[in-house]
Every structure is written in structure tokens, then in C-alpha cells.
Design a protein around this ligand. Structure first.
Ligand code: GLN
Length: 565
């Protein structure tokens, strides 16, 4: 069966929410009964974003197979509930690396290796790869950047060729643009969108659908104008109006028939006979949105990290809290605490009104002492505590210093000659000197201790979680830490690496070496996040500082009446 390919490009500016539109369309098609995956092509030369710092790129999202990828893949997984892999994120760097490797191995012997055809062919190969597995009916391909960028041109040429080869029955072009409102003119301007489509046309690509980001409803007049000047059906000019939550976007897209247009244009009803529902079943999504928008209360949780000023640096953690909050009927307000600023003298004041403390992952020593102070404050005051990766490592350091009394305890990442290296480089990491893709990456099994809090939370004794680190809890000191009351309730069975630490006498104190935040999806928040938020709610109720008292539901407008679903 021929897979259908949807290509999504953007114009005018970046940050229009292309990833969310792709994820929304993906979910709508999935809920019509189709098997969907989404892939992203990033036109930069890094082989993957793993070597970029979060200020540069936002969060690095890690897949089960250990790929370090763009954070949009997190949106794809959260919206679709389907795992992605390395094949779902390709960069110009990876494309060139493959081509150059082939050239060195003699694959093109005798030929001059060029952008056209070799680089374009390699891009096309990656664009088709997921479809060729036979696992998907629809592959949505998002192209990073904006049309007209020099580095994006090979991708547009690859799409042009694929449209030519596969035909309009099997390919669809969606182009995202911005409709700015000019205060002085009192008007929404369509000209930037027209120019963007012109640029796209100059690469031989005519969009079938225009999705226009706007801060106000699109008038019929603007719709008509865009349709006429951009050569697009009027009903295929779709407004992507700013929404309170990204999780409203699938319903906004459905309301305007984006999925219907895709189904029609790609002849999916005929080609996938009997498989495609007349409308997506979004009941579950609407229920989730209702929970999200009608919280019964609000809890404040501190997110302690060194990248808190960058809104995308802890994307999956922030989204996991939104999803876990909805599941618990509360809104989680994240108090972003810059760890560099935390000291023993001010920690009490900075964390005064929070109902829980999460210490974030990270690399390098900036802000580590502040994180350790945050752990101490949470432990000593029995505030629910959750440590992720470096956050877990900080909890072990704090425990070693302040409970075991090993004042100089540290990770060798920060103090290579510490007397008490409670966190140390993993054996296999000692031989590695290159940085790209060389950490302990991807999903590994974790065996949970029977009867432990985490085993109860998961409701299982064996789980798989994703990793991204070089250091680990030092097994030489592990038994000494245990003598002082720290429990190791999750361990990698093959290599005896500690994956989870707990202080069971605390109301909720869990540190994990892995990244649970990568596995939260809509309707299925990660159990550790759901349980942590529940503990924060209970704590807030005990302290009587839940921010919105329980009471009659406040009606909040949901963008789409559920009756229409
Ligand atoms: N820097 C630590 C390590 O490499 C923690 C990594 C992380 O938090 N992702 O082990």
C-alpha cells in the first residue's frame, strides 16, 4: 500500500508552531484510524542537537533507541502516543556524514559527488525511509527553518522531486505563515504570506494548504485574498489562532477541517478502503482538555535548574507537569528557580511557598551547589522531592555530605579528586574522548525493589526508561550510603547500576538517574510525575496552602464545544 506523505514548511518567521500543527494533524489522522508518524528535518550541520547547549537549541529529546533529537519529537510523542526513533530526526550534518562516508567507502567511485543529485538523493532516502517500513499509512515531514533560508534549499528540492515522482495523490504540501496585525493601520496583513508562497513557488512547490498563525480570528476577506493570491482553495486557508494551550490546537485544526482536507486531497478513503473514519474520535482528547482547563486547585512546584531563563530548556519536564496536573485535577504552577542564585542563606526564602521541589538534569558545575542546597531544604523540611539525572546525583551528594557527614563528597564531574566520589564516571566512559552521541543513551531496563514506593507507583517491577548521562552512583560507596538510610530501589539488572534512590521515611523523596519526562503522553502522564504531583497536592492540603480551594467547578471556555466532537 502506498504511504501518503505530508510535507510541512514554514515561512515569514520561525516559532510559528509548525511542530504543534504537525502533531495536531498527526493526532487527528490517528484518531481517524490511520497509522501516523512524524519526522523532522533540521537544516543545520550538527549531526544531532546533542552537542548544543540548551540556550542554543532548547531541550535535547532522547528516544528509546538512544537518538539525541529535536524537542519537536517530544511534541510528536506526547500528541500521538507513538514512540519515535533516530529515523524521525535528520539533520544536514547527518545527511552529509552519510554521503561522505559512502564516498570514502567507494560507493560513488568514478563520480563527482555533488549536492544534486547525491545530497538530494540522500535526503529523499531519509524522507521515504519510515514510509517504506510498511508501519505507517501517513508520514508527516516537518522541515525546520523558513523557506528562503540558504541551508533549507536542498530539502525543498527533495520535496519537489518526491512530489513529481509520487504524484499529487500521494503527497500534500502544507505551508505555515504569519498574519501580522499592524496597529497603525488597524489591519491584518496578508502580504508577508503572499511573499512566502512566492518564495516557495520559486523552488517549484505550490502549497495545497496554508496554515496562518494569527492573534485574532481570520476574516473571510483575508481568507479570500490569501486563497486568490496564493492559489489555494479558500477552505484550505486555515487560521492557527493563538491558543491558551498547545493542546487546544488539534481541536482548532479539526474545526476548520485540516484533517478532512488531508484525507480528501490524498484520496485516503479510496486508497485505504474501509479504514478511514468519517471524523476523528476526539472524545478522550476533549475530556483531557476539560481536566486541563478546569482545575480544582493549584500547586506550586519549584523547578530548580540553571537554564530556567530559557523557556524550552526543560520542555518535557514542563509538559509532564501539565499532563500530570490535569490527571490530578490541578494546575501545576512552576516556580522557576535559578540554581546559581540559591545559597544556604536564601534557600528558605526562595523556596518558601512551594509544595514540591524538582531538581533538574544538567551538565557542568555551574549552579550545582545551589541544587544541592535545594535538595537539603526539601529533605530537612520533608517537602516532596523529585531529582532527575543530575538532580538525583545532587541528592546523593547532599545525603553524603549532610547525613553521612562526608563533607567533601562530590561527583568527579565537579571535583575529580574528592575523597568521597559518590558519583563517578562510568567505567566505559573513561575511554571515550569524543562528545557527540557518546553518553549512555536511550532505554535501559530498571528492576524495581518489591514493596518499594516506586514499585507501587509503577504497579510493576520491571520498567524501561531513557537515559542521557556519563556519570553514575559509585557502587563502592553505595553500601555505606545504604547504612545511613538511602535506599536503592531501582537497579539496572545487567550492570548493577543504580537507577533510583529513595528516602522511604520521607513523604515523597525519589531521585532517578533516567529521564521519565520523555515518556509522558496526553492522557498518560508518566507515573512518577503523576505520583509526585499527587504528593505535592496532599502536602499543600496539609499545609492548607492549596492555592485554589476545592469548590464548585469554575466553567472555563473550551475552544470547541464537545458536542461537535
Ligand atoms: N552531568 C551528569 C552526567 O553526565 C548528569 C546528566 C544529566 O542530568 N542528563 O551523568
Amino acid at each position: 500500500m502506498q504511504t501518503k506523505y505530508v510535507f510541512v514548511t514554514g515561512g515569514v518567521t520561525s516559532s510559528l508552531g509548525k511542530g504543534i500543527v504537525c502533531a495536531s494533524l498527526g493526532r487527528l489522522l490517528e484518531n481517524r484510524g490511520l497509522r501516523v508518524t512524524i519526522q523532522k528535518f533540521d537544516p543545520y550541520i550538527n549531526v544531532d542537537p546533542g552537542t548544543m547547549n540548551p540556550y542554543e537549541h532548547g531541550e535535547v529529546y532522547v528516544t528509546d533507541d538512544g537518538a539525541e533529537t529535536d524537542l519537536d519529537l517530544g511534541h510528536y510523542e506526547r500528541f500521538l502516543g507513538v514512540a519515535t526513533t533516530q529515523a524521525n530526526n535528520v539533520t544536514t550534518g547527518r545527511v552529509y556524514l552519510e554521503v561522505i562516508k559512502k564516498e570514502r567507502s567507494g560507493a560513488y567511485l568514478g563520480k563527482t559527488v555533488q549536492v544534486v543529485p547525491h545530497i538530494i538523493d540522500e535526503i529523499k532516502h531519509w524522507m521515504l525511509q519510515l514510509g517504506e517500513t510498511g508501519d505507517y499509512d501517513v508520514v508527516i515531514t516537518e522541515i525546520g527553518g523558513t523557506v528562503g533560508d540558504i541551508e533549507g534549499q536542498p530539502y525543498l528540492e527533495a520535496i519537489r522531486q518526491l512530489r513529481y515522482e509520487l504524484g499529487s495523490r500521494n503527497t500534500l504540501n502544507i505551508h505555515l505563515t504569519l498574519l501580522p496585525y499592524l496597529e497603525a493601520a488597524g489591519e491584518v496583513k496578508s502580504k508577508p504570506s503572499q511573499h512566502s508562497v512566492k518564495t516557495l513557488l520559486s523552488f517549484g512547490l505550490q502549497p495545497d494548504v496554508l496554515v496562518c498563525r494569527t492573534d485574532r480570528p481570520m476574516t473571510e476577506d483575508v481568507r479570500r485574498k490569501l486563497a486568490l493570491f496564493c492559489n489555494v482553495d479558500q477552505r484550505a486557508v486555515i487560521a492557527s489562532q493563538d491558543a491558551e494551550s498547545i493542546y487546544e490546537v488539534p481541536l482548532l485544526m479539526k474545526e476548520q477541517g485540516l484533517d478532512e482536507i488531508a484525507v480528501e486531497r490524498l484520496h485516503m478513503k479510496e486508497d485505504f478502503e474501509g479504514k478511514v473514519l468519517d471524523a476523528p474520535d476526539m472524545d478522550g482528547w476533549v475530556r483531557f482538555l476539560r481536566q486541563l482547563k478546569e482545575p480544582q486547585g493549584k500547586v506550586r512546584i519549584a523547578l530548580v535548574g540553571k537554564y530556567v531563563e530559557h523557556q524550552d530548556a526543560y520542555k518535557s519536564i514542563a509538559e509532564s507537569f501539565i499532563l500530570a496536573g490535569a490527571a490530578n485535577g490541578v494546575q501545576v504552577e512552576l516556580a522557576q528557580i535559578l540554581s546559581d542564585d540559591l545559597t544556604a542563606a536564601n534557600v528558605e526564602e526562595k523556596l518558601a511557598d512551594v509544595n514540591g521541589v524538582l531538581v533538574a538534569p544538567g551538565f557542568g558545575d555551574r549552579g550545582v551547589e545551589g541544587k544541592i542546597e535545594a535538595v537539603r531544604f526539601a529533605r530537612e523540611n520533608d517537602i516532596p522531592f523529585f531529582g532527575i539525572c543530575l538532580g538525583m546525583q545532587c541528592s546523593v551528594i547532599e545525603f553524603a555530605r549532610n547525613v553521612c557527614g562526608w563533607k567533601s563528597a562530590n561527583s568527579t564531574e565537579f571535583d575529580p579528586v574528592t575523597e568521597h566520589p559518590v558519583i563517578d564516571l562510568m567505567e566505559e566512559q573513561k575511554k571515550i574522548s569524543t562528545k557527540g552521541g557518546t553518553m549512555r543513551l536511550g532505554a535501559y531496563t530498571c528492576q524495581l525493589t518489591k514493596g518499594s514506593r516506586v514499585a507501587e507507583i509503577y504497579g510493576r517491577e520491571k520498567v524501561k526508561e531513557r537515559h542521557r548521562h556519563r556519570y553514575e552512583l559509585n557502587n563502592v560507596l553505595r553500601y555505606k550510603l545504604a547504612e545511613h538510610g538511602m535506599q536503592f530501589t531501582g537497579v539496572n539488572p545487567k550492570r548493577d547500576l543504580v537507577e533510583i534512590v529513595e528516602l522511604p521515611e520521607k513523604r515523597w523523596y525519589v531521585g532517578v538517574q533516567f529521564h521519565p519526562e520523555y515518556r509522558s503522553t496526553v492522557g498518560n502522564p508518566h507515573p512518577l510525575f503523576a505520583s509526585f504531583v499527587r504528593a505535592c497536592v496532599t502536602y499543600a492540603e496539609e499545609k492548607d496552602n492549596i492555592l485554589m480551594p476545592k469548590g464548585p467547578r469554575r466553567e472555563k471556555k473550551i475552544h470547541l464545544a464537545s458536542a461537535k466532537m
